[in-house]
Design a protein around this ligand. Structure first.
Ligand SMILES: [Zn+2]
Length: 1049
């Protein structure tokens, strides 16, 4: 690729990437050194010390489905670079002298100089190629009088099963803050984007770089008895409604009726001309109300000033909930659920410069294919979309009259098709705004044929299994084969479903499952340099027809290799073979690997430095060692093949390299360190539960997801597992219900005339039954013009999760210490902005608006998270996996991994308990993560997402120990205990009900560890005590003092 191509692409839109670039190498064809050649051209010349951002990706070997435009995976930006601010800061600061006002932002409205190419950013939502190539908006003319057939069924999409999965990312240890030199690192470095960046130097935490010296004076928070306070609530949205906004957008004009029963035509038509000249509501109308709301009326709870140094008890007693956007009630009532679609700022700034001032990132967090208990499904021959930008009609469009609707993304006025006049729900005619499409922000369509590039593919499953000596020794093969046997009838699919198996060690083995054979035939290909498919058609067979052979194979496979002495691993050639096998149809490849690949393409070398202590030096090898896996993933993506990787290993496997196979093909990564059937029963249980969930959960094949937003906004960077096909289109060969995505946004054009903006994610996929479906989610948010309104709408959890993804990218593209500094700066910068620009009365202390009061705590939690911690040694694969989780897990699950929940459980009561399906679920209050909350007389449960720890105090009541653990005394508690016995006591029922309930609420299965003081895992438990200081990291109180010092500068 040429530089020019790159530049123009970037110029055109910012950068999009497939993630961070973990694989810089791939971007530059040749090398390994990953020299950032073009850097100067597109990045800020002031790059500071950090390495460079990943370059643009050049290669594409990606076959495209017809009609799709292909773009190469683009460079990543954000993360990518320490940007000019950094540099500037670094240059100007030898001493921690941060904050030179907003000098880091050059001109408020101008894109930073290092914005690529100078080409105006494209308007993302104008990219109109829609999900399908077919001509859309078919004519709805024809015989209009017949109402189309709609089926509007509420389909249960399936309960979210409990299971477990991924890893132990949550466990965090404590690294020291990088006390390094003051430099500035911001995650938002980029351009147009996201939030403003922060900018000042990031002062090192008070402590010296080495852990040894405790930070100064300050009282540790333990003795700061003074700051106890009322817990408040978190995130309350600002007021309820803007007085001047009309109740609905469907008929937004004053004077228009909202009543569905009125005949709108007459009234509307007269109003239309003047009213709709503006894209949306007039500014005049808007401003006064906003102003009144934010500043003059009483302070909303979200903006209540909190002195973090005094208010100690900030956690709500239960879950932290998402703020509610400040929209008129009837709009909010139909808005997209925060479980599916969240924005870091529930009030969108009018301009990029305003966003820059707030120093908060702007982005979306999505969980688009989440299992939903209710999902309206519509079958339609004519899916109504905007003719101009292809947006799907949604609750936030405006009906100008019965025959016209105005798009809420591009403002084009469209005709209402005749069929749309009929409402299949009420079976009435003439009220298009009552159609399910305009009543539901989340809806699914069964697509007509023009949404298909080819006949929908069948469900195809290929299992690629490591059968080397190392693999067999772990016993994992028994679990996989048994789990498949148990679930073979519940694999999603229909009569066309196909299945196949490949095993490998130093050679690659195929299995002929042709109908008529009396038993499966194994075919061995030993030429791993040029692996080929030995048979053309009976390696992937119809599951229904070949089920018996498949079952035979699964029953015999564990024994087939039980005596193997083969230690080599030709993973790369096995993957190449699997790719060839799946290419004609697409499908899902499930790969199980237990060691570092040693033979053929993709072979890797160990590169973990023993006992890497990250206190001063940065962690190396977070980026892939080879581009083999990324390239193969892109090939897979082009053929609609997703690769899911199950890594079960006691040794270093170079997950940073192997993980690329899943990341770019939209697969998932599962990691079971130290897996062994016998020696590690809790890990085995987790693997079994995860597999069951994996084998039976929904799968969407040959999927793409497009994210559109109101004109003026654009997408800057995507986070998650996928391949970016164009500015707003992600290629997802498979989509699963447990995948999360994040998107950073920028404001390219001022949103001056708008009262609200919308974001729409449309996921087009083929169901396992061969139906082409489109799931559409639309989120509407108000636009505001004051900093206080922006702060009032901040969603602290969404901000935290987006920052975490950005920091992962930064760790890979620059360095871990850059990423850590940037995280700290994000807290300093936003609180500084709040202090200097929002607060009118200065007061001492570290002040935060109530809605952001947990922000410093969450940032500290990230700094102590396994992904970013320094100080104590963390296995490289553990760290890389923690990073994968941060990019891939939906917010709902991720927050527990970042900030675990701690509960006292020896005195559970029914007070405030939930009643779920006749079970009483106690709801103990969430406690701060500090040893000072523990008591030797009690028992505590810590839930860190993928693991739970039940800590029993030495003096805990023997009654509790007997009734819950079934042993006589504290001393009798076994060293390794991973489940609670089912005892017929009230205490036992309560605690088990609570734990079961917690487990059911996530799609992966957290292990349970019962620990006491002597337990080996006690250190894992203690590492999650985020508020406490450790040998190498600050306590929460010390961290606050550090922030205060920086904010006050
Ligand atoms: Zn439009």
């Amino acid at each position: 690729m040429s530089n020019s191509g790159f530049a123009s692409q970037n110029g055109a839109g910012g950068t999009y990437t497939n993630g961070p670039s973990p694989n810089p190498v791939a971007f530059y064809p040749s090398n390994q050194g990953y020299v950032p050649p073009t850097q100067a051209a597109y990045m800020n010349s002031m790059l500071a010390k950090a390495p460079t951002p990943p370059g643009p990706n050049t290669s594409h070997h990606q076959p495209l489905p017809v009609g799709m435009t292909q773009h190469s995976p683009q460079p990543v930006s954000l993360h990518a670079s320490p940007n000019h601010r950094t540099a500037q800061a670094a240059a100007s600061q030898s001493s921690p002298s941060p904050l030179l006002s907003n000098s880091y932002y050059q001109h408020p409205q101008q894109p930073p100089s290092w914005q690529y190419g100078g080409t105006p950013p494209p308007v993302a939502n104008h990219v109109s190629s829609s999900l399908s190539t077919a001509p859309q908006q078919p004519s709805y003319s024809s015989g209009t009088s017949t109402p189309p057939v709609f089926q509007n069924t509420m389909q249960p999409v399936g309960p979210v099963p409990p299971y477990s999965s991924l890893s132990n990312a949550a466990v965090s240890a404590a690294p020291a803050l990088n006390a390094v030199a003051p430099q500035t690192h911001h995650l938002y470095g980029h351009p147009p984007t996201a939030g403003p960046a922060a900018m000042r130097g990031t002062p090192p935490p008070p402590g010296p770089p080495t852990a040894a010296v405790p930070p100064p004076p300050l009282a540790t928070h333990n003795d700061a008895g003074s700051y106890s306070t009322p817990p408040g609530q978190i995130n309350r949205p600002v007021g309820t409604a803007y007085p001047s906004i009309q109740p609905t957008l469907y008929q937004s004009m004053p004077g228009m009726q909202t009543s569905p029963h009125m005949h709108p035509t007459a009234q509307l038509s007269s109003a239309v001309p003047q009213q709709y000249q503006q894209p949306s509501f007039s500014t005049a109308q808007l401003s006064p109300s906003l102003a009144g709301l934010s500043l003059h009326s009483e302070t909303p709870e979200a903006l209540r000033v909190v002195n973090l140094l005094q208010e100690r008890n900030l956690l709500p007693s239960g879950t932290v909930t998402a703020p509610t956007p400040c929209l008129p009630q009837d709009l909010q009532k139909v808005n997209c659920s925060p479980e599916v679609f969240r924005c870091t700022l529930t009030s969108i700034p009018q301009t990029q410069s305003l966003l820059n001032k707030a120093k908060l990132p702007l982005g979306l967090l999505l969980h688009p294919f989440k299992d939903l208990s209710q999902l309206p499904v519509v079958t339609s021959s004519n899916i109504v979309r905007c003719r101009s930008c292809r947006t799907y009609i949604n609750p936030f469009v405006t009906f100008m009259d019965q025959r016209k609707w105005k798009c809420n993304l591009c403002y084009r006025v469209n005709d209402v098709p005749e069929e749309f006049m009929y409402n299949p729900v009420s079976r009435s005619y003439g009220s298009p705004h009552k159609r399910p499409e305009v009543q539901n922000a989340t809806i699914e369509f069964i697509a007509p044929s023009e949404y298909m590039l080819r006949p929908p593919q069948p469900a195809v499953y290929l299992f690629v299994l490591d059968v080397s000596h190392n693999a067999v020794e772990t016993g994992y093969l028994d679990v996989v084969c048994q789990s498949l046997l148990d679930n073979i009838d519940t694999l999603p699919g229909d009569t066309r479903t196909k299945i196949g198996f490949i095993t490998f060690d130093s050679t690659v083995h195929f299995y002929n499952l042709q109908e008529g054979l009396s038993q499966p035939q194994m075919l061995i290909v030993s030429d791993i340099e040029d692996v080929f498919i030995p048979l053309s058609d009976s390696l992937l067979i119809n599951l229904k027809e070949g089920k018996e052979l498949v079952q035979d194979l699964l029953k015999s496979m564990p024994q087939m290799f039980s005596k193997t002495m083969e230690t080599q691993s030709a993973l790369g050639p096995a993957l190449q073979a699997a790719f060839k096998l799946l290419s004609p149809t697409g499908g899902r490849m499930s790969v199980f690997q237990t060691q570092l690949p040693t033979l053929g393409a993709g072979a890797l070398q160990p590169r973990e430095e023993p006992s890497q202590k990250a206190s001063a030096k940065d962690i190396q090898h977070l980026a892939p060692a080879t581009d083999f896996y990324k390239k193969l993933a892109l090939d897979c993506s082009g053929q609609q093949v997703a690769v899911d990787l199950f890594l079960l290993s006691a040794q270093y496997c170079d997950l940073a390299s192997l993980g690329c196979i899943s990341r770019y093909s939209a697969g998932s990564v599962y990691y079971y360190p130290s897996y062994h059937n016998q020696h590690n029963p809790s890990q085995t249980e987790r693997f079994q539960k995860d597999l069951k969930r994996y084998l039976t959960r929904k799968v969407g094949f040959e999927a793409v997801m497009r994210i559109r937003c109101t004109k003026g906004l654009s997408i800057h960077t995507f986070h998650g597992n996928f391949f970016v096909r164009s500015t707003d289109l992600l290629s997802l060969p498979n989509v699963n219900p447990d995948a999360g995505f994040a998107v950073q946004m920028s404001i390219d054009e001022n949103l001056l005339d708008m009262q609200a903006v919308s974001f729409q994610a449309a996921l087009l996929y083929t169901s396992s039954k061969g139906e082409r479906r489109i799931r559409v989610h639309t989120l509407c948010l108000p636009v505001v013009n004051s900093l206080s309104d922006i702060f009032a709408g901040a969603d602290v959890q969404a901000v935290t999760c987006l920052l975490a993804s950005m920091a992962v990218d930064r760790s890979v593209s620059a360095s871990l210490s850059d990423a850590r500094d940037a995280l700290t700066n994000a807290a300093i910068d936003s609180l500084t902005s709040y202090r200097t620009s929002v607060l009118t009365i200065q007061q001492p202390g570290l002040l935060a608006p109530a809605c952001l009061r947990l922000f410093p705590l969450y940032v500290l939690a990230l700094l102590k998270h396994k992904a970013f911690r320094t100080g104590n040694s963390t296995r490289l694969d553990d760290r890389v996996f923690a990073m994968c989780q941060l990019k891939y897990q939906p917010l709902e699950y991720l927050m527990l991994m970042v900030h675990p929940a701690l509960y006292r459980v020896d005195n559970l009561t029914d007070e405030g308990a939930l009643n779920v399906n006749d079970r009483t679920i106690p709801q103990p209050r969430v406690l701060q993560l500090s040893v000072e909350k523990l008591s030797r007389e009690a028992a505590f449960l810590m839930d860190s997402g993928t693991a739970m720890y039940l800590w029993i105090g030495r003096n805990c009541s023997p009654v509790f120990i007997t009734e819950v653990l079934g042993v006589q005394s504290y001393a009798a508690i076994p060293q390794s205990m991973n489940q609670l016995p089912e005892l017929d006591t009230a205490e036992s029922s309560k605690i088990r009900a609570f734990i079961d309930w917690l487990r059911e609420r996530r799609p992966f299965y957290p292990t349970l560890h019962i620990i006491r003081d002597e337990s080996q895992l006690k250190s894992d438990f203690m590492q999650n005590m985020i508020e406490d200081r450790t040998e190498s990291a600050l306590s929460y109180y010390e961290f606050l003092l550090h922030l205060q010092q920086q904010v006050s500068k």
